[in-house]
Write a protein that binds this ligand. Structure first.
Ligand SMILES: Nc1nc2c(ncn2[C@@H]2O[C@H](COP(=O)(O)OP(=O)(O)O)[C@@H](O)[C@H]2O)c(=O)[nH]1
Ligand SMILES: Nc1ncnc2c1ncn2[C@@H]1O[C@H](COP(=O)(O)OP(=O)(O)O)[C@@H](O)[C@H]1O
Length: 227
């Protein structure tokens, strides 16, 4: 485990299935001071709790479409505020939000007010042909956000979460048809989003075919910048 000297305010970008959740889990073990949130996990909890937002979101998600900006912005900015992230001293990691340039601009206007703008954005660059197979083997434990893979990191007991023993589920958007739409959506939205952070001088790209190749590079980026 390592301590970070300077506050790290991180954003992980990457195609669906590129390993954002996997890297987040490893980073939190390596740097316990980091708090993290995944927009997809928050939405899945809304859906499993059958909230109004959850009922609305599930329609978009099952079609591989992004949730409207204003809805996801409200969900995430409330989360950041309620969990006391909005201070210059806090160290945190965002996974899956912002996902459009408009979301990024609105987030920046909020973070700016608290002198806590993002200071490192990392894109996980994983070959497309690798991630489809991952998606097909992905299972999740919605309450915790823990992610499994029948090939890569299977649960100890098939279909059960390692920690709670609760059932694992297959995401309704983890099938070939919907995945193709999500990937297309990602390609359309990621360019302007990367340009936005490139222009701020805080974007880095880490490439690799597996999370085991990517993690050491990601860890080194963080240690070099914040240790
Ligand atoms: N085969 C393989 N699967 C991986 C690797 N890294 C992550 N996975 C699995 O691939 C799926 C997608 O990873 P995830 O972290 O959920 O990606 P995200 O959609 O970007 O958050 C999950 O089932 C992971 O367990 C890897 O290096 N190889
Ligand atoms: N920032 C966001 N803006 C709009 N929709 C989002 C956002 N984050 C998540 N979603 C919705 O939730 C779905 C699942 O998100 P996520 O779990 O991050 O999937 P993945 O990492 O596999 O792309 C997305 O396909 C999208 O429909």
């Amino acid at each position: 485990m390592s301590q970070l000297i300077k506050p790290a305010r991180l954003l992980l970008l990457g195609a669906p299935g590129s390993g954002k959740g996997t890297q987040t889990t490893r980073l939190l073990k390596q740097f316990p001071a980091i708090s993290s949130v995944s927009s997809g996990d928050l939405l899945r909890k809304e859906i499993s709790s059958k909230t109004q937002l959850g009922l609305l979101a599930s329609g978009y998600i099952q079609e591989g479409k992004l949730i409207p900006d204003e809805l996801i912005i409200n969900l995430l900015t409330s989360y950041l505020s309620n969990n006391k992230w909005l201070t210059p001293k806090s160290t945190w990691l965002l996974d899956g939000f912002p996902r459009t340039q408009n979301q990024a601009k609105v987030l920046d206007s909020t973070l700016d007010k608290f002198n806590s703008k993002l200071n490192l954005v990392v894109e996980l660059n994983v070959p497309e042909e690798v991630i489809l197979e991952r998606i097909e083997n992905r299972f999740v434990h919605v309450p915790s956000g823990r992610v499994y893979n029948l090939q890569y990191n299977p649960p100890k007991i098939l279909g059960k979460d390692d920690i709670t023993g609760e059932p694992l589920t297959k995401r309704p958007d983890d099938n070939i048809e919907v995945f193709a739409k999500r990937l297309q959506e990602y390609k359309v939205t990621m360019g302007p989003l990367k340009d936005y952070y490139e222009n701020q001088g805080i974007l880095k790209v880490v490439s690799g075919e597996t999370s085991d190749i990517i993690f050491p590079k990601l860890k080194e980026l963080i240690v070099n910048k914040f240790d």
